[in-house]
Design a protein around this ligand. Structure first.
Ligand code: FES
Ligand code: FES
Length: 156
């Protein structure tokens, strides 16, 4: 990573399998860079305060609220956004179990579920509930989302 002047940085990210180079301000969040510089608008700016999870992406296998991560912290990292998922079991499960909600919260829910499945493919019900706490929808009860995750994982 090279720094030009006080506030501009050049960084390299591996986004959805593609090497990307961007020039950013040092205070830019990963969410802003993904949306405004790379055109990846699947991660949503909900609260931009770390509360809602609408901005969730996967950084080096960890679900990350991208509104809370400085883009410079992601230099050299592997970043997966909702646009990087294709025909995954959890996407199909969301369709099959009617877990889709609004366009704001659904990408974040799918990304946290994907990270859970990758990290804990046999997670218990308690673990699923714990992970889903990171994301908020005030419109429904999460039952269909839990069923979608359950249909993909085997329990520990
Ligand atoms: S927009 Fe990042 S947690 Fe709400
Ligand atoms: S926030 Fe998306 S359906 Fe409630």
């Amino acid at each position: 990573m090279s720094t030009q002047g006080f506030a501009k940085c050049e960084l390299e990210l591996l986004v959805n399998g593609m090497r990307r180079h961007v020039t950013i301000r040092s205070a830019d969040t990963l969410l802003r860079v993904l949306r405004e510089q790379l055109g990846l608008t699947g991660a949503k700016a909900g609260c931009e305060n770390g509360d809602c999870g609408a901005c969730t992406v996967i950084v080096n296998k960890e679900p990350i609220k991208s509104c809370l991560m400085l883009a410079v912290e992601a230099h050299g990292c592997k970043v997966t956004t909702i646009e990087g998922l294709s025909d995954t079991p959890i996407q199909q499960a969301f369709i099959d179990k009617f877990a889709f909600q609004c366009g704001f919260c659904t990408p974040g829910f799918i990304m946290v579920c994907q990270a859970l499945i990758e990290q804990r493919p046999h997670a218990s019900e308690a673990v699923v509930q714990e992970w889903l706490r990171s994301n908020i929808c005030r419109c429904t009860c999460y039952q269909e989302i839990r069923e979608a995750v359950r249909s993909v994982i085997g329990h520990e």
